[in-house]
Each structure stands twice: as C-alpha cells, then as structure tokens.
Design a protein around this ligand. Structure first.
Ligand SMILES: [Zn+2]
Length: 349
C-alpha cells in the first residue's frame, strides 16, 4: 500500500468530492519511475524544487494503480503517465523503457520523455517504437549554460521536435519555466507561437502554467482567451481563484484534471503569502525543510486536519466550478472526456 488513508481523508472525500466527481476519471498528468533507474552521476537536481522528491523516492506502476484505488475507491481511474524525477539525461532511455513496458502491460497511454539534443528522427522513431502518444519535456534538460531563471520553452522543447509532433498530431506535456510563471511575457509569447505555428500539436500546459497564486497570472488570461487549441491541466495546483479565471478564459472544454502523482499524496494545505505559495505540512513529515521557502511545518493540532494534495486540487476545482456555475456535464468533461478526446486524437494520424 503506497500510503495510509485516515478518517480525515475519508470524511473529506465523502463530504466534498465523491458526488462531485464523475464515475470515470482520467488523470492525464502522473509519473512513474523506479529509483534504481536514475543515474545520480549526471543529476541536475539542483536546478529544480527539492520538496517533490521528499514526498516519494519512486513510484512504481503498481503503486500508481494502488494509489488511485485508495483515493477513489468507488471510481474507475485511467492514468496518462510519463517518467518522473527527471534529473539525469543518461537515465532517459531506461525511464522510457519502464513507462512503455508498464503502458503495454496495463493498456494505458503514456508520454515519452525527450532529450532536446535528440534529432527529429530520433523523436519520431522513439514515439512510434514505444507507442506513446507524444512527449513530456522538462526544463532540467535545457543547456547548462542557461541560468535556470532564464530558461525558455524552446530551450527544452526545440522547434525541430515541435515539427515532428505537429506532423503526427502528437501531444506535448509542457511545464513552463521562469519565475514569472504563467504571467511571464516570454512564456506567453512562445506558447502562442506554438499554437499558431504547430496547430496539430496537442499542447498541454501543466499546472495551469504554474500559476499557484493569483499573482502568478498577470495578464495571461487576456491573451489566452483568444487561443483555440492549447489545454491546461490542474496538476499540483490548489488555487480556486486561478481555476475560476481559467474557466472564464478558456471554458470547460480545454481544462483537464491532473494530479502530478506521486507528489499529490503529500498531506498538506497550500496557502499564498505575498504572492508565493507555501505548502503547510506536519513537523518532520518530509525531512529537513528549514531552507525551503515553499515548505512550512505547523503544529500537530493544525496538521492533523490536513488531507492529500490530490483532494485539495479537486476541492479547489469544486469551489471554482460552483462559483462559475459549471454543470455536471462540464465536470465530466474536465475529469474525463477532454483528456480522453485528446488521447484518441493522437492515434491513427
Ligand atoms: Zn509533473
């Protein structure tokens, strides 16, 4: 069993989420990997947030599947997964092999982790050979000479890869970089450029562009409401205000659920302070977090009320859906149909 279910979780699920969620759920943003597949010798873990790795050292396909049964005992959940703990270029092939074997075993869709150094033929041949539905790209593989805060989308999702994805109608799961997050003008310019120049790419902007607090949005939704193709996943985002703005800008057909398993098994509550997100957690639950501005330990009395990050993501969407008057059919779209349609559209091109 990958984690424990407590009374506080059962109560939260029964009272707020069970009836809100449809019977079938598609989680289009989850990660599987085994620790032994990671070569720490060429790790660039220093480029990214440290706390996610403290939540789970690895996540096998068995644990992913078992986790959904614990979170959603009465629902049928299908994942779209990709490798996780993406910190070493020399581990890419092994991680992809594990994903493609797991996908074949369970008949689940998955995304190939790409190295921006690959030529277009390698991207195309790998996706076809492994029968994935597209790519997962990550900023850790941008060239080392680029300071982390300056990494642009095309530094890790190069145009020659986009051309191959566009020709084949494949998907790209994109976690945008930069401290300005969704509101960053350069991120927005490149997102819009992908939309315009590569219209057949099924572009998924992960985590609503990492807009975890309202201050991260800027004027993004004014620009994004004019777009037609790109979709947004909710993974690891618990902000109902941001979700409300997202619904108003792009509507419920271009929003996909998404958890970011396995980090969504963290017990927490997220707050925003001065425009920065902070995960409130129990003392000692995730090791030494004294140097991490995004983690804060609270009293036992408070932390005993915390449930899973997974549930907090869904709860935020429930609140946003209520505020914007979404119907049960819209909720089915967000939690299943939109992702299902996207996955099906990548096949048979
Ligand atoms: Zn992720």
């Amino acid at each position: 069993m990958p984690f424990e279910i407590k009374d506080v979780d059962k109560k939260f699920y029964d009272e707020r989420l069970r009836d809100f969620l449809p019977e079938k759920i598609l989680d289009p943003h989850s990660h599987i990997w085994l620790d032994h597949l990671i070569n720490w010798k060429d790790s660039v873990a220093g480029k990214i947030q440290a706390w996610p790795l403290k939540v789970a050292k690895e996540n096998s396909i068995e644990d992913l599947v078992a986790g959904y049964k614990l979170y959603f005992p009465d629902k049928e959940v299908t994942p779209l997964f990709c490798p996780g703990n993406v910190i070493s270029k020399s581990s890419i092939e092994g991680m992809n092999e594990y994903c493609s074997a797991s996908a074949a075993q369970y008949n689940y869709p998955f995304l190939t982790l790409t190295n921006p150094d690959w030529d277009a033929e390698t991207v195309e041949a790998t996706i076809k050979r492994d029968k994935s539905i597209g790519v997962k790209v990550y900023l850790t593989f941008a060239p080392d000479y680029i300071p982390v805060d300056e990494i642009r989308i095309f530094d890790f999702l190069p145009r020659h890869h986009l051309e191959v994805l566009n020709e084949n109608g494949w998907a790209a799961l994109l976690h945008i970089a930069r401290p300005g997050r969704l509101g960053d003008p350069l991120n927005l310019a490149q997102m819009l450029e992908i939309e315009e120049r590569y219209p057949n790419v099924k572009l998924i902007i992960a985590h609503v562009g990492r807009a975890y607090c309202p201050e991260d949005v800027g004027n993004a939704f004014e620009l994004l409401k004019e777009t037609k193709n790109m979709v947004f996943d909710l993974a690891a985002n618990t902000n109902a205000d941001v979700f409300e703005q997202l619904i108003n800008a792009v509507g419920p057909k271009r929003i996909l659920f998404g958890s970011d398993e396995p980090i969504s098994r963290m017990r927490m509550k997220r707050i925003c302070e001065n425009g920065k997100y902070i995960n409130l957690i129990a003392k000692g639950a995730y090791g030494d977090v004294s140097n991490d501005p995004h983690m804060r330990e609270v009293s036992k009395e408070e932390s005993d009320t915390f449930t899973f990050f997974m549930y907090e993501i869904i709860e935020a969407m429930r609140v946003a859906a209520e505020r914007t008057g979404l119907s049960p059919a819209d909720i089915e779209d967000i939690f299943y149909n939109n992702a299902h349609r996207l996955i099906e559209s990548t096949k048979g091109n």
